[in-house]
Ligand binder design. Structure first.
Ligand code: NAP
Ligand code: MG
Length: 477
């Protein structure tokens, strides 16, 4: 079949209003942080986008004091109906500035503009709208007649969905009456600092939201700070474990959203063309930088050849390149470090004897790119079947019976998500009950809705974000 050619359709980067310099946001103002400034780059070109001032340990203390003052003084005392108005305002401002945020996110992170525009930014706004609705109804949420906030929340987020992870963290914290000190990831701080401008535009009382760019040590200072009541972390299992050790024995409440190695399970009766789209979306969305990515495809042996053939054809039509081009499907890998990690694991796959197929798509000479890759003949003992690659690399395993599919799917230290593809409703329900995963999608994958709780089992962490259940993480229940 012919592959259609498209003319380039780049989004204008002028809309991003990129500044030369960005600053930490403390107590409602942009301040010179006393940390060493960092340079954030565009991973698609390796050019420096901006210099970003960072926080030091003493800035963390200043931010926590500001958050405490805002908590005691106004935010925890304000009626829910009033807090809701701020959340609605923030949601609308995210919508108003959505093109700016989408372009800035794609520049700083490398993700395709069609994803930042149609997924990240609208879902971030949706989280504020959804939680605005809860702010004045907390007494009906099932957590007692008068649920109380925890106090100051320290929140640390990764680089894969910078604005969306911020929204997942800040929206429920504010709706329930907590104040926030948040650290964005070192490689993607820019949209968080535009969000700080949005807080100013919304006239959010000073200190309710504080944004501290910086490296891992600033994250650690937030975790250690004695006047923080709750830590919410999304990132690697390794750092999550370190945080859990640090918080152990303190009164701090903790939620961890860590890595994953999700099974996407395709039965022989599945609608195959839809399943192929779901497999592609499951692993190639956001370059595979997704904690709940469907990175292990479990396919029933009887249809394995057919699925692989269809999959390779479909993947060969994905367009890799300029994240700002509206036709791009696969953008840049976020950092040289992450690219090296992906390459290392792919080499391990070759060395352990899996059969590698890589899309023949052209790859730009500059920037961090990795062509979509599918490994067949993968065995459960291989590193590419066990470790999170966090890149556009799919490992394909086979099974014969539903029991074998369950056993293989659950053979992982993680447990964040899973997918089931079959025509049979009773099998979907049976499988969903057997799978040890926080989210199980049926005949779809990577669907996110603020009303649906998200979170893991085992080494994927604990606690839920989103939905009524997600409120619990920010309430004294
Ligand atoms: P990470 O090192 O866990 O980083 C996540 C966040 O924690 C970042 O803001 C990071 O700051 C901060 N941090 C680092 N060390 C810290 C410490 N000791 N105490 C407190 N905060 C600390 O994850 P990563 O480097 O971004 O990615 C590594 C791997 O994690 C990936 O390859 C992937 O397997 C996994 N990951 C999972 C998710 C997920 O959504 N579950 C997201 C991203 C990554 P810096 O940005 O300055 O390092
Ligand atoms: Mg960057």
């Amino acid at each position: 079949m012919p592959v259609f050619e498209y003319a380039p359709a780049p989004e204008s980067r002028a809309i991003a209003n990129l500044k030369d310099h960005y600053k930490p946001f403390i107590n409602g103002e942009f301040v010179d942080g006393s940390g060493e400034p960092l340079k954030t780059i565009n991973p698609a070109t390796e050019e420096v986008l901006a210099e970003v001032g960072t926080a030091s340990k003493s800035d963390v203390d200043t931010a926590v004091k500001a958050a405490r003052k805002a908590y005691n003084g106004v935010w925890s005392k304000m009626p829910g109906t009033e807090r809701a108005k701020y959340l609605f305002r923030i949601a609308r401002l995210i919508q108003e500035r959505s093109r700016e945020l989408a372009v800035l996110e794609s520049l700083d992170n490398g993700k395709p503009i069609k994803e930042s525009r149609d997924s990240d930014v609208p879902t971030a706004a949706a989280h504020f709208f959804y939680h605005a609705g809860w702010a004045d109804k907390l007494e009906y949420a099932g957590y007692g007649p008068n649920p109380q906030p925890l106090g100051v929340a320290g929140q640390i987020i990764p680089w894969n969905f910078p604005l969306l992870m911020l929204a997942w963290k800040i929206a429920p914290a504010l709706a329930t009456g907590n104040t926030v000190v948040l650290k964005p990831a070192e490689t993607t701080p820019l949209t968080a600092l535009v969000f700080a401008e949005i807080c100013q535009q919304a006239e959010l009382p000073p200190g309710v939201v504080n944004i501290l760019p910086g490296a891992g040590d600033i994250g650690a200072s937030i975790v250690e700070h004695p006047d923080i009541n709750k830590i919410a972390f999304t990132g690697s299992t390794e750092v999550g474990k370190a945080i859990q050790r640090e918080v152990a024995g303190t009164a701090k409440k903790l939620t961890l959203e860590l890595g994953g190695k999700a099974a996407n399970i395709v039965f022989e009766d599945a609608p195959l063309d839809q399943a192929i789209e779901g497999i592609v979306n499951g692993i190639f969305f956001n370059q595979g930088h997704v904690c709940c990515a469907g990175s292990r495809l479990l396919v029933q042996e009887s249809i394995a050849e057919e699925v692989l053939e269809k999959l390779r054809y479909r993947v060969s039509t994905l367009r890799l390149g300029d994240p700002l081009d509206k036709n791009t499907d696969i953008g840049a890998i976020n950092s040289a470090e992450q690219l090296a990690k992906i390459r290392g694991l792919v080499e391990a796959g070759d060395a352990e004897g899996a059969q590698r197929w890589t899309s023949p798509c052209p790859v730009p000479d500059r920037g961090f790119f990795f062509a979509p890759t599918v490994f067949a003949n993968v065995h459960q003992s291989m590193r590419i079947a066990r470790e999170e690659i966090f890149g556009p690399v799919l490992s394909v395993l086979t099974f014969r019976t539903p029991d074998e599919a369950v056993a293989k799917a659950n053979n992982t230290p993680y447990g964040l998500s899973a997918g089931i593809w079959t025509e049979k409703g009773s099998r979907i329900l049976w499988m969903a009950n057997q799978l040890r995963a926080g989210v199980v999608w049926a005949n779809t994958f990577n669907r996110f809705d603020p009303a649906a709780p998200f979170g893991g089992y085992q080494e994927s962490g604990f606690g839920r974000e989103g939905g009524r259940t997600g409120l619990e993480a920010y309430l004294n229940v």
